[in-house]
Design a protein around this ligand. Structure first.
Ligand code: IPM
Ligand code: MG
Length: 353
């Protein structure tokens, strides 16, 4: 089949990890007789340097007309210590999510047997942990108005807003996921303090009668943060608002032994975006040492999104094999480490046969 794939490498290690995922997708296309047309476009700090806009209109147009978007990472230290910067690379990512209507971010958390010993948790706690964090992505405090500073500069404010419709569409998707898995859904909120969380809880309670085949429980976010490290195996599908999901999914990712391993898919109204959950790791940029696995696993999710399940499985199998055989980057290597490109090439070559 023919597919158009927009490639947005972004900043830091973005270009080098995305390059590996593209190699893997090319190998898959060749083996299974597909034609993938890849087109690159700038986003983030790279786009600010070129155009002044972290999500240029041309990049948006390309995403809109593509079947899927493969995204690297965003962020540049030159902006991090400058709170007065007028444009920031992260605005590009947020604008992309908003303009593409990507209201759901799916972050699967699974452990790899060959990496369990790298987990900060004891083996018996984490072995076999397998859950999905579904994060609302276009609402809440990330986007609510008003936001800003008082005239005298002494006060700043952000606003967390949700509508019942926004809650319903993400929770509906979470119910669907739970139905494909173990039929358990944990709704994470702070309903003991926040009005927006009480709206979430009330809306979910209204949805329960039509979703009786899924067992729903509610958990305050502070408790959830604790339980993720205390008993990660208890979770199946977790759904939560934008900022809680940002924080909890980072926390969840380290229990697997490497942040460099977790992929994600952002889905919604227009073209879906597939990206690793880690950041742009500027210290490693250009050194050919960054772990490409989260991006390659995001490419597997992309294949799933194109209904190419066999191809997606082949990529995941090749990634698992690379870990078993120790063809991995220095962050997870036991013996001699491979470079980013060596790891990518090895996986691509497995997908080609
Ligand atoms: C993520 C990132 C982004 C977010 C940043 C870079 C804006 O942390 O995708 O989790 O907070 O959503
Ligand atoms: Mg984050």
């Amino acid at each position: 089949m023919n597919f158009k794939i927009a490639v947005l490498p972004g900043d830091g290690i973005g270009p080098e990890i995305v390059e590996q995922a593209v190699k893997v997708l090319k190998a898959v296309a060749q083996k299974h007789g597909h034609a993938f047309a890849f087109t690159e476009a700038p986003v983030g700090a790279a786009a600010i340097d070129q155009t002044g806009n972290p999500y240029p209109d041309e990049t948006h147009a390309l995403c809109m007309e593509s079947d899927a978007v493969l995204f690297g990472a965003i962020g540049d230290p030159k902006y991090d210590n400058d709170p007065k910067a007028k444009v920031r690379p992260e605005q590009g990512l947020l604008a992309m999510r908003k303009k593409l209507g990507l209201y759901a971010n799916i972050r699967p958390v699974s452990t790899f047997p060959s990496l369990i010993h790298k987990s900060p948790l004891r083996k018996e706690l984490v072995e076999g942990a397998d859950f999905v964090v579904i994060r609302e992505l276009t609402g809440g405090i990330y986007f609510g108005e008003p936001r800003g500073r008082s005239e005298d500069g002494e006060k700043a404010y952000d606003t967390c807003i949700y509508t019942k419709d926004e809650v319903r569409r993400i929770v509906n998707l979470a119910f669907e996921y739970a139905r494909k898995r173990d039929h358990r859904l944990t709704v994470v909120d702070k309903a003991n303090v926040l009005a927006s969380s009480r709206l979430w809880r009330e809306t979910v309670q209204e949805m329960v009668p039509e979703n009786k085949d899924v067992e729903v429980d509610y958990m305050f976010v502070d408790n959830a943060a604790m339980q993720i490290i205390q008993w990660p195996k208890k979770f199946d599908v977790m759904v939560t608002e934008n900022m809680f999901g940002d924080i909890l999914s980072d926390e969840a990712s380290v229990i697997t032994g490497s942040l460099g391993l977790l992929p994600s898919a952002s889905v919604g109204i227009h073209t879906s975006v597939y990206e690793p959950i880690h950041g742009s790791y500027p210290q490693a940029a250009g050194k050919n040492i960054a772990n490409p696995l989260a991006t390659i696993l995001s490419a597997a999710m992309l294949l799933d999104g194109l209904s190419l399940a066999t191809e997606a499985r082949a990529v995941r199998d090749a990634v698992a094999l690379s870990m078993e055989e120790g063809v991995v980057t220095e962050d997870i290597a036991e013996g001699k480490a491979s470079s980013t490109s060596e790891a990518g090439e090895w996986i691509a070559s497995r997908c080609a046969v």
